[in-house]
Ligand binder design. Sequence first.
Ligand code: SAH
Length: 345
Amino acid sequence: MKNIMNFTKEELEKELVALGEKKFKATQVFEWIYKHGIYDFSKMGNISKQTKEVLINNFEFKWIKIEKVEEDKLTKKFLFTLYDGEHIEAVLMEHDYGLSVCVSSQVGCNMHCAFCESGRFGKKRDLEAYEIVEQIILIEKYIKSKINSIVIMGIGEPFDNYNELVRFIYIVNDNKGLNIGSRHITVSTCGIIPKIKDFSELPFQVNLAISLHASNDELRSRLMPVNKVYNLSDLMVAIRDYISKTSRRVTIEYVMLNMVNDNKENALELAGLLRGLNVYVNLIPYNETESEFKKSSKERIDSFYNVLKENGINVTVRKEFGGNISAACGQLRSKIESNKEEVIE
Ligand code: SAH
């Protein structure tokens, strides 16, 4: 049995044609699932009995499950259990411009950024496309409302699970799928260069965010081991190429770690790296975890911000969400045992 929610519409067309069905049936099935929320082939009204049988004999639905929901004012954190007992988290945020969901792409993470909680135990496995899609579907059902935007910034490195990530984007972006506009979808990567290139060749306008976090190689390698494989100068070339190929603005994420990467010299060095590029910098106030790092003070963030501004760089400070329920950037985990400590801070 194949999992129906792991296929993009095009892939499903091929599957159905191979089973002797007409191509357009894939569109009908897609609409039943993603538009009408019907997860039972026998209840798909306009589909013939014969096609239903083909569907029932070849495809199945598999579900992840909401295990727990924690709420803060503008944030809800969802803990999900997967078919094999693993756990992931996703976060719903209420912005003034609408609802956004931050989804996980892997169980754990292998990137081992020194400041991030999600990678502390390494990667257990990649998520399949349906496990990412269902985070959205189950959250929409839970809140009885459509969400407006998606950020792939939860647990995991999306470009380390590239094929499933791309399937997920096709499914949510498809107008017969969840129909979320590509400009409302943002993928964040620690900088896996070959995938940045692949991503630039895809036919959709999804936003790309790069976790830079440092202004030179020495510092970046210390904070982000991935830099030893894909260093800063190569990454800057990849970003430049991505922008010229896609004509899209790239977001540069820069987490503010007290006295580590938040000095004036770092700001000047960063401005130098980014000068002339169509990017904007999103300064992320550090959410403290069990790591050795501390949050930069508001004053240090402000002066970093000002140096960038004075040097002509577009910059914003990320709004903080979910700190009270450990639902903020870099606080998500796939370990359920740690849940007890997560409730109270
Ligand atoms: N693997 C992806 C997604 C990670 S999470 C990536 O590296 O981009 C999204 C952002 O939160 C990344 O920029 C990540 O570096 C940052 N982050 C990680 N831990 C954090 C923390 N404790 N506080 C604030 N931001 C953090």
